[in-house]
Ligand binder design. Structure first.
Ligand SMILES: NC(=O)c1ccc[n+]([C@@H]2O[C@H](COP(=O)([O-])OP(=O)(O)OC[C@H]3O[C@@H](n4cnc5c(N)ncnc54)[C@H](O)[C@@H]3O)[C@@H](O)[C@H]2O)c1
Length: 380
């Protein structure tokens, strides 16, 4: 393909307004991709954002956007529980797809969309592309080279406070507030899908596929509020899983209503017989990785600064939030245009989905689950 890929955004909510649309509206990528359309059932918001960012088309639904035939690809930025349907329908309409985490909420759905993409020769890229980060490759190399001796166990995960309810984009504007309550409903609600997915992508990019999972899960915060109105969450907000990897390495992975195990978002702390790796710190000292000099203006805990090393995060993209999501969209653009597979694969996302699905099943049944999915794991 020589002309720019025409992309449509599915869902004009907090992440789209803060990051996806500002990134895709930048001129520096115009040779590769053009932001052609938006869709959202809150059509006043879609129209307003389209006007502000100079996007030609805005629609009230994905089906309208697909029928209009003004796009070659989509980026799915809708609530997680709708991702399966939006990815499937876009692939069926012959569009390349990037989807935010998590791609689906069951392995069966993931299998279906992967088969669809592969059989139709369409790109399907799933966030978060943690595997793309040179930091993650460096951590994998250090562990393999014995920098911490024999790895024994580790801990990762993310905590889920009230940040979605308080995001500034949610307050108002045309169409009213952007309702975050889906983050607390099934399917797709709860910190494992929304937050721990980052840690699990990074962890499995380092150690490879997990083998077994057991978990406990429950709810801590029984009432939450959005714009002063109380609501009752319907999903667990306190899940702790235990994962087994090859070589008998055990990792605790949490998605909880309180507490962080490391200051580095999504990172694992690995304990070995001869040392500790906590994110990009080896025994407390920063590790080296290609492009590290681009990150040293900020503490290692600065998630955005750590993303400056990603291949498409250059120029204006370093100053726009959530540049890792932009990187993942550009992986889809490159794969669609060149046919060369990205490492940010849907198969990797399916494995993380299986871990979370299995963790919830284990919490319900008390049984440890054996994992069956795998993905191409980059050789160092
Ligand atoms: N908010 C964040 O900080 C953040 C960061 C990284 C990734 N993400 C991911 O981005 C995605 C969206 O999250 P968000 O926080 O922006 O959600 P949001 O609730 O702010 O926005 C979702 C948007 O989707 C729209 N929508 C609902 N049904 C739709 C449909 N049938 N078709 C099209 N649009 C529909 C809603 O009207 C809303 O505008 C999720 O996958 C989330 O995990 C969010």
């Amino acid at each position: 393909m020589t002309r720019p890929l025409r992309i449509g955004v599915v869902g004009v909510g907090a992440l789209s307004i803060r990051a996806v649309i500002p990134h895709l509206a930048c001129d520096d990528i115009a040779d590769h991709v053009v932001l052609a359309a938006l869709c959202d059932p809150v059509v006043d918001r879609a129209n307003d954002v389209a006007r502000r960012f100079g996007v030609e088309h805005a629609y009230a639904s994905l089906s309208d956007m697909l029928e209009a035939d003004v796009i070659d690809a989509v980026t799915v930025v809708s609530p997680i529980g709708l991702h399966y349907e939006h990815v499937r329908d876009s692939l069926l309409a012959g569009k390349h797809v990037h989807v935010n985490k998590t791609m689906t909420t069951t392995v069966a759905e993931a299998d279906e969309v992967i088969d669809l993409a592969r059989s139709r020769g369409l790109a399907l890229i799933a966030s978060p592309g943690e595997v793309l980060r040179p930091q993650v490759t460096a951590i994998r190399e250090l562990i393999r080279s014995g920098a911490i001796g024999q790895p024994a166990w580790g801990i990762c995960g993310c905590s889920f406070d009230a940040y979605h309810e308080a995001e500034p984009e949610r307050d108002g504007g045309p169409g009213g507030g952007i309702d975050p309550r889906w983050y607390f409903r099934s399917p797709g609600g709860g910190p494992m899908w929304d937050m721990t997915a980052y840690a699990l992508h990074q962890l499995t990019a380092i150690l490879g596929p997990a083998q077994r999972v057991s978990a406990m899960s429950g709810q801590v915060v029984a009432q939450r509020s959005y714009r002063g109105e109380a609501f009752t969450p319907e999903v667990d907000d306190n899940t702790v899983a235990l994962l087994e990897f090859q070589g008998g390495v055990f990792i605790v992975a949490h998605g909880t209503a309180a507490g962080w195990t490391t200051d580095q978002f999504g990172a694992t702390t690995f304990y070995g017989t001869a040392g500790t790796l906590e994110g990009v710190l080896l025994n407390g000292e920063p590790i080296d990785f290609p492009g590290r000099e681009l990150t040293t203006h900020a503490p290692v805990t600065d998630w955005e600064a750590q993303m400056c090393v990603l291949p498409h995060v250059t120029g204006p993209h370093r100053d726009i939030p959530e540049s890792h999501v932009f990187e993942d969209v550009m992986q889809m653009v490159d794969e669609a245009r060149s046919g060369v597979r990205s490492a940010a694969s849907a198969e990797h996302a399916r494995h993380v989905i299986e871990i979370i699905e299995c963790a919830y099943r284990s919490a319900r049944t008390g049984a440890t689950g054996e994992l069956t999915t795998t993905f191409e794991w980059p050789a160092v």
